[in-house]
Write a protein that binds this ligand. Structure first.
Ligand code: G4P
Ligand code: NA
Ligand code: NA
Length: 194
């Protein structure tokens, strides 16, 4: 997606070879016009999938996910990271290990928002090792729902998440796949634009 790639090139800050900072439009300040275009792009790519719910994890997945849900005309659910003190029995909870942060967290979705028959589109801001996406997929599947696809705003394609998700049989669409952050600059993976 050229608009997004140009924004990454203009405003992204490379923090070493592993991490890209994009807090001016995605992770802290949010560019709503860009998010709307991202939502349109995901909606177009998954148009044939009969999506019934969009699912993400708080917090940075919410902006692109809500725009995608708006375009598809379905609800957005965001999995919560904060431990709920009540209603434990009504939650689908999965452990997610972050290699980037080197910590394990629990993410939860209320059972009442996912059902058998739902076709779920998972959306996230970044894809690194795939742990968050696999956690959301396990939650969806525990509910009896089908993961119809995974939409990623920025994929660090030099990390293993994308390959692992494809190997597991999921359809993954990433709008700005990055091949390398070496030498202080962003090099996009050479994937053809749709
Ligand atoms: P994984 O799910 O693919 O395995 O990724 P990982 O655990 O490594 O990611 C942990 C957190 O770090 C996630 O945010 C993820 O979006 C973010 N992250 C990973 N790599 C990068 C990067 O290169 N740049 C930026 N800006 N973020 C990265 P989170 O903890 O869920 O926080 P939030 O932003 O959603 O609140
Ligand atoms: Na994030
Ligand atoms: Na995220």
């Amino acid at each position: 997606m050229e608009l997004l790639k140009n924004k990454v090139l203009q405003e992204g800050i490379v923090l070493g070879e592993q991490v890209l900072k994009v807090d001016s439009f995605l992770n802290h300040q949010v560019d709503p016009v860009l998010m709307m275009e991202i939502g349109k792009e995901f909606a177009a790519r998954f148009a044939g999938e009969r999506i019934t719910k969009v699912l993400t994890i708080e917090s940075s997945g919410i902006a692109p996910a809500v725009m995608t849900a708006l375009q598809l005309g379905v609800p957005l659910i965001f999995a919560r990271k904060r431990k709920s003190l009540t209603l434990r029995d009504d939650l689908l909870t999965e452990k997610v290990y972050s290699f980037t942060k080197q910590e394990e967290s629990e993410v939860s979705v209320s059972k009442k928002f996912l059902s058998p028959g739902d076709r779920v589109l998972l959306i996230d801001d970044f894809l690194a090792n795939g742990e968050a996406a696999f956690g959301l997929a396990r939650i969806s599947e525990k509910a009896g729902a089908t993961v119809a696809g995974i939409g990623i705003v920025i994929e660090k394609a030099f990390q293993p998440g994308g390959r692992k998700l494809l190997d597991a049989g999921y359809r993954v669409e990433s709008l700005a796949p990055i091949a390398s952050l070496a030498d202080g600059r962003v090099t996009f993976a050479d994937k053809p634009e749709p």
